[in-house]
Write a protein that binds this ligand. Structure first.
Ligand code: BG6
Length: 510
């Protein structure tokens, strides 16, 4: 039994979720894969620990490997204990949770597998009283998404006694055309309102908090436009390399892996117009409208406003790190970008002329994701002779690690005279709310089971972000880059600094 102790300070009490979700079965295709082990099962177990799931909750894992239910439970137990990160593993909770875990070997292309699944789902519905609610989760190779949807449809299990929904992992296509064909294939079986395209960045607490910060307070929004903001920087830096995903990554590259989805969604959340209500439809309409207002670059603009990079080998501390081309599964002459930076503009009244600089890369100096919003400097610097230097105010939204929000401003240094120094006003999740925040997958899985699609990506958004990214990918695929052009542990190619310098800006060092 989980006991929640009150500290007497409501802000310091462990965070309680409000939402209780209905009975259901989650069917995971690709149950033997990395995502299931690292993210999905730890998140579901954690929801069970928090008593968020209903007593009859069940999971059916499917993959090609032959395995008994018990073997699957044993494997998942190991993965959950290993990848739980900042949360405790509780034997008693696990024992209860594991009784709802089932497994079946199946082939996405074999209709018999779906017939077997239909029987399994009927049994579970009867024995665990799930009311026939089913969440299908596609965590397979993207090339199998369409086949899986057709298989589900063919076996007649896309409809049933309760609700049926489909969660799809990125990538949603490789370009605009393939994204459209994928949606068309999914729509043969599921209505768009039942398709949940997951973008885990939208489930991160700080990304969700952007909406609360902007639209739950009165003081920021009047400043949130081209009159007061000079530019916005969005950084998602990773210190890791491609971690055994060389062959996937070689096809994707950083532009498709991070910018097309996660970072354009973050940009849309920063830049969208307020929605009239917090209804999923209205919030997603505003996000979509913003994505559709991103200026689509012409080839000569791509040359000026984007930078591609690839890491080369380097010694970092005592360790020699391989370059991308030396990673397992990667072509020794690979032209794939492991770093991408771009300057986007939004063609609307609020943002005309304001650059949104986005950068992401592997093997950068540290893991940090943040948004830095730079405001105008004061128009006249009366403290110039006193070390004032009229610095612009910066608002930093820290997505990870150490989630929080800081406002940087100048303050008088104590003592005689008028010397100014930059200081910071900080809000930190850990110290303000105590306890841990739910992981993005916990939030998003709970939302999908509850039927709340606010944080999920819709087809029109996917298409709008492909429209913004495709011209860049097209120019890059034709260009001869001088790769590698940054060492492991560096902040990316020099050209990324030059891109900002042309507009008198510099990247912030997070
Ligand atoms: C995934 C990408 O979507 O996001 C990975 O495919 C990347 O390449 C990961 O490492 C980053 O997520 P996070 O939550 O660690 O910032």
């Amino acid at each position: 039994m989980l006991e929640v102790m009150s500290s007497g300070n409501p802000f310091q009490d462990p965070i309680r979720f409000e939402r209780r979700v209905p009975e259901c079965t989650v069917v995971i295709f690709g149950a033997n894969g990395d995502l299931t082990k690292r993210k999905l099962l730890p998140a579901l177990y954690r929801l069970a620990y928090e008593q968020r799931l209903s007593p009859g909750f069940a999971v059916v894992g499917i993959s090609r490997t032959q395995m008994t239910d018990d073997r699957f439970r044993e494997n998942m137990r190991e993965s959950v204990a290993k990848y739980l990160e900042d949360a405790p593993f509780d034997e008693e909770v696990w024992t209860g949770f594991a009784t709802g875990l089932f497994y079946m070997a199946g082939d996405v292309n074999d209709p018999a597998s779906y017939q077997g699944l239909a029987t399994r789902l009927r049994d579970i519905e009867e024995t665990r009283h799930t009311g026939g609610n089913v969440l299908f989760y596609l965590s397979t190779q993207p090339s199998q998404y369409a086949a899986a949807a057709r298989g589900i449809g063919g076996a007649g299990i896309a409809k049933g006694n309760g609700w049926r929904r489909l969660v799809v992992e990125k990538p949603f296509g490789h370009d605009l055309e393939s994204a459209r064909s994928l949606s068309a294939a999914l729509h043969e079986v599921f209505d768009e309102r039942d398709v949940y395209r997951i973008d885990h960045y939208l489930g991160k607490e700080t990304v969700q908090n952007i909406l609360a910060f902007r639209f739950g307070n009165g003081i920021f929004e009047p400043l949130w436009n081209r009159r007061y903001i000079t530019h916005v920087q969005i950084t998602a830096a990773e210190s890791i390399g491609v971690e055994g995903r060389g062959s996937y990554y070689q096809e994707a590259g950083s532009l498709r892996d991070m910018i097309q989805n996660h970072l354009l969604q973050v940009m849309a959340t920063i830049a969208m117009e307020p929605s009239a209500t917090f209804h999923p439809g209205s919030v997603r309409d505003e996000r979509s409208k913003l994505l559709r207002s991103i200026h689509v670059m012409k080839p000569d603009e791509v040359a000026l406003n984007t930078v591609a990079g690839q890491y080369g080998p380097a010694r970092v501390g005592a360790t020699s790190l391989p370059g991308f081309r030396e990673e397992p599964g990667v072509d020794p002459a690979s032209r794939t970008d492991t770093y991408a930076a771009a300057t986007f503009f939004v063609d609307n009244w609020r943002w005309a002329g304001v650059p949104f600089y986005i950068r992401t890369g592997k093997r950068l100096p540290k893991r940090v994701s943040e948004i830095a919003i730079q405001f105008n400097a004061p128009p006249h610097d009366m403290f110039d002779a006193n070390g004032g230097g009229a610095r612009p105010n910066l608002l930093i939204v820290r997505i990870q690690p150490e989630e929080g929000i800081s406002l940087k401003f100048l303050s008088k240094q104590p003592g005689s005279g008028m010397k100014l120094r930059p200081v910071s006003m900080d809000f930190n999740y850990g110290s303000s709310f105590g306890g841990r925040s739910p992981s993005a997958y916990e939030t998003l899985l709970l939302d999908a089971i509850a039927g709340d699609a606010t944080l999920y990506t819709r087809q029109d958004m996917v298409e709008a972000s492909w429209a913004a990214v495709e011209p860049i990918a097209a120019v890059w695929s034709e260009r001869q880059f001088d790769f590698p052009n940054y060492p492991c542990g560096g902040w990316g190619p020099n050209a990324a600094d030059e891109m900002l310098a042309r507009r008198g800006h510099v990247w912030r060092t997070p």
